[in-house]
Ligand binder design. Structure first.
Ligand SMILES: [Zn+2]
Length: 185
């Protein structure tokens, strides 16, 4: 009897692995076509390690007022003058209407300085900005992916697949993602 229950439980866990957030990309043409899928894969991996499953798609006409479980991510072909000098992206925090943006020229320049692949840094920056939204906070951490500024230490860690969210961040992000998924229903 027990093994059957165990199998049923595992099957349920497989069907419901946790909250699933949709990331909708606006202006994908800001980034080279070969770079974006690699960056998306890395960002999705970093978020999945925090227990957040993500689905990614390109924005369409129906994406003007996104559902609570959808986060808009804007890719920019310019570097906004309002962007802090050492920043590669931004998160506009406005409850369920929050959205993020990443500047491709800023990522390119930082990737060059840090001697890291552009797609890798783009993926890490995407995960960082989505992190702000799922943490509902502009605050930064001393370690992990939510540091104020990616340096050599973070570049090396992301290269090894070891740059991620801290335990406390994971807990808060999961709660926010669960809340957003529940608000959708
Ligand atoms: Zn930040």
């Amino acid at each position: 009897m027990l093994p059957v229950l165990l199998v049923m439980l595992l099957a349920r866990l497989a069907q419901n692995p946790g909250p699933r957030i949709t990331v909708v990309i606006h202006n994908p043409e800001a980034v080279p076509a070969a770079v974006l899928p690699r960056a998306q894969t890395l960002a999705a991996h970093i978020l999945s390690q925090a227990g957040i499953a993500t689905e990614w798609r390109i924005a369409g006409p129906g994406d003007i007022a996104p559902r609570p479980d959808v986060i808009p991510l804007h890719l920019l072909s310019t570097r906004p003058v309002t962007l802090r000098r050492d920043a590669n992206g931004y998160a506009i925090l406005s409850g369920e209407r929050s959205y993020a943006g990443v500047s491709w020229p800023a990522v390119q320049a930082a990737a060059d300085t840090l001697d890291i692949h552009e797609a890798t840094l783009l993926g890490a920056v995407m995960a960082h900005e989505l992190g702000h939204i799922l943490l509902a906070s502009p605050r930064h951490a001393a370690n992990g992916i939510m540091v104020t500024r990616f340096g050599v230490r973070e570049a090396q860690a992301v290269g090894r697949g070891e740059l991620g969210f801290l335990k406390d961040e994971v807990r808060r992000m999961q709660a926010e993602a669960e809340r957003r998924c529940a608000a959708r229903r």
